[in-house]
Design a protein around this ligand. Structure first.
Ligand code: AMP
Length: 345
């Protein structure tokens, strides 16, 4: 029997469903209540189950249904942002495409930093205490998501001032300032390569690349420097969309090397290693040096740009190959070869 592809209705679900269909697999959509109509419009889900919250995927009836369909569950950003990842590791019985043990490393900033350091990838310098700030630093508040609630501090004094302001505005509780994550602010441009590690082919593939469109940081340059100063703006980094990117070909050497290093580190620290899609969130400075400040151990939303393939996937495949389809291709091929257990956990 061919496995079905199951996904939660959000993030990159449409692309994943479409990819499954292209590979001749049936689909199960676990749909957040209220979004059924949206997904019905695209006619890509063979079966739809409604849930009120994401953590209901752990409910016995949903797990049983997925097992009955022999479904392979495809994780995406919505699953990670909800937390509760240890529960998922232990209690979710259906097969997950990818390494279910890496999500915790993505969610936890300290673990994330450890993995990147182990990989030997260049990362922005980390400040253990705000008193060490000796140049532009980005301060990431606990629980801040998608860059909302980040701020830039130039010195320990500047940090103290901005923390006090946040507390006065009720955006930070007393004591929470001890849990902030402080990193060197890299002056450069963001670069987000979409990788795919194939256990079937034994190779690392570059499937696409994007940059994020972030408010308000990407909009501040639209007003004059004079106005910027007068308004005393504090930029925020809330992602609202993605823009396609094609890199200078010479940069691809480092892009692939960093990807390979990451795969090796995951193999060592998070058995059974990287499987399928991942992204290294990078900044490129004026010397062309790449700094990785985050990673995603699963499909990223930037791949939604390339439902019909990207300039990079086109070089590797002679047919339109989205990340969603690439995932389904790996599941289908692994199943045909009898090695589904090598691409699922
Ligand atoms: P994150 O939530 O860590 O993905 O970061 C959100 C956004 O903040 C990124 O897309 C970048 O624009 C910006 N950012 C994060 N870390 C850094 C850094 N070390 N230097 C410069 N910009 C950063």
């Amino acid at each position: 029997m061919k496995p079905a592809i199951a996904v939660i209705g959000s993030h990159s679900a449409l692309q994943i469903l479409k990819g499954a269909k292209q590979e001749g697999l049936s689909t199960v959509l676990i749909c957040l209540r209220g979004r059924e109509k949206l997904y019905a419009r695209f006619g890509l889900a063979d079966r739809m189950i409604s849930v009120d919250t994401v953590d209901q995927i752990l409910d016995e009836n949903i797990q049983a249904l997925l097992e009955e369909e022999e479904a392979v569950f495809i994780p995406h950003g919505t699953l990670i942002s909800g937390g509760g990842l240890e529960e998922l590791e232990r209690r979710f019985r259906p097969k997950i495409f990818g390494n279910r043990f890496i999500f915790r490393w993505e969610y936890d900033r300290e673990l994330k930093n450890r993995l990147l350091t182990e990989a030997g990838i260049r990362t922005p310098r980390k400040f253990s205490s705000y008193s060490e700030i000796d140049g532009p630093a980005i301060v990431k508040l606990p629980g801040a998501e998608g860059g909302r609630g980040y701020f830039i501090a130039k010195s320990p004094r500047d940090f103290e001032m901005k923390i006090t302001q946040l507390m006065e505005k009720g955006l930070l509780r007393r004591g929470e300032e001890r849990n902030v994550f402080i990193q060197e602010y890299v002056i450069g441009v963001p670069v987000y390569p979409h990788y795919f590690w194939s256990n079937v082919e034994g190779r690392l593939e570059l499937m696409g690349c994007d940059r994020r469109y972030e408010t308000s940081i990407d909009g501040i340059g639209r007003i004059t420097a004079e106005d910027q100063l007068e308004l005393e703006l504090t930029p925020t980094f809330r992602v609202i969309g993605n823009i396609p990117l094609v890199l200078r070909e010479s940069l691809l050497v480092d892009i692939f090397e960093d990807g390979e290093r990451f795969v090796s580190a995951v193999r060592k620290l998070v058995p059974p290693g990287m499987i399928g899609p991942f992204c290294l969130e990078m900044l490129c400075d004026e010397e062309g040096r790449l700094y990785t400040f985050e990673f995603s151990g699963r499909i990223v939303a930037g791949t939604n740009l390339f439902v019909n393939g990207s300039p990079y996937s086109d070089l590797l495949f002679d047919e339109p190959m989205s990340m969603g389809r690439r995932i389904a291709r790996e599941v289908r091929t692994a199943n045909e070869l009898g090695i589904l257990d090598r691409v699922t956990t």
